[in-house]
Design a protein. Structure first.
Length: 322
């Protein structure tokens, strides 16, 4: 509260209330001053409570996402004894296998899976541990690009927007920037991924909650390519009729959107309900200095004899006093 009312803008407001006591009734002026103090106190209390709740929610969010285990597509490490056996197999094998890892072990460039919302038993069949929010929704562990499927996520933790956002896979044919640079779809031009701009509709940010995700476009099959495309636990016969949603990890750890929010919260003081920072205080001081110059000029003009515009004699300085 003291930090809030000591800001330049609040001091200017309080000084204005005190100056009104010179011309108006003292009781009304004191009542106005008391209401101003109560207003700043209530706002300071609200800001402190909101910052504390946000910090607690983000910390709980981090704790929830830290215990997640997901299927990640990684190169399989082959020992020297098995190299000769591997060479005999078909050359169509990519050397990539699905393995279960903790979400804290995800690296930028990893492809990982999250179960579809229409398969409630998918967590048990995959032997995974998906931490969920208080609304029983999956929490995104990293900033990721949606590769396959459709998601509806809640970004209120990051943006404060309560309206859920729909996320769809990035389609080069629908990308106007790519079409302008490469109309023939030859992919000769490289387009930079704009996570916060034109490609935001395909990016899910760490800390947001998945309210619904589905992958009706791609069904799980039993062909030879399914071993490298999906884990064996997702093949038909295990109660899985719909494929999970596939993501590409972009930013992890402290470099993710949640990490940026945590750094901002760690630098701020949650016990101070201030309405300004160093930059706004400098701007407020410039404004007060400019207004003071006009006030001083107006006071000086009262003591300087000035001839009226209508030709009347000059005003004597003593006439400005009551």
């Amino acid at each position: 509260f003291l930090k809030r009312i000591s800001s330049p803008l609040a001091v200017l407001q309080l000084m204005g209330r005190l100056l009104t006591a010179l011309e108006e009734d003292l009781a009304n002026s004191m009542m106005s001053l008391a209401m101003t103090l109560v207003y700043h106190y209530m706002n300071a209390r609200k800001s402190i409570v909101a910052a504390t709740e946000l910090t607690r929610e983000v910390q709980d969010n981090v704790a929830d996402a830290a215990g997640m285990t997901v299927w990640v597509l990684r190169p399989k490490i082959i020992s020297n004894k098995k190299k000769n056996r591997r060479k005999r197999k078909s050359a169509s094998r990519t050397g990539l296998v699905w393995m279960k890892l903790k979400s804290s072990d995800l690296l930028p460039g990893d492809v990982f899976l999250i179960p579809s919302s229409s398969a409630p038993s998918l967590d048990a069949s995959m032997n995974l541990s998906f931490k969920k929010s208080k609304h029983n929704n999956v929490v995104m562990p990293v900033d990721a690009l949606l590769l396959d499927g459709t998601c509806i996520c809640d970004e209120v933790v990051l943006t404060g927007e309560s309206v859920p956002q729909c996320k769809v896979p990035l389609d080069p044919e629908d990308d106007t920037d790519l079409q302008n640079k490469d109309p023939d779809n030859t992919f000769d031009h490289v387009t930079r991924l704009d996570m916060l701009g034109s490609h935001r509709g395909s990016v899910l940010f760490a800390g947001t909650t998945l309210m619904h995700c589905t992958n009706k476009a791609s069904r799980v099959t039993t062909d030879e390519e399914s071993d490298s495309k999906w884990p064996k636990e997702l093949l038909p016969g295990n109660g899985n009729d719909e494929a999970p949603v596939k993501f590409l990890a972009l930013r992890t750890g402290s470099y993710s959107s949640r990490g940026e929010l945590l750094r901002a919260l760690s630098k701020s003081n949650n016990g101070v309900g201030s309405i300004s920072n160093a930059e706004t205080e400098r701007d407020a001081l410039r404004l007060i200095f400019t207004l003071s110059l006009f006030a001083v000029a107006a006071c000086i003009s009262l003591f300087v004899p000035v001839k009226a515009l209508d030709g009347s004699p000059k005003r004597p300085p003593i006439s400005v006093f009551r």
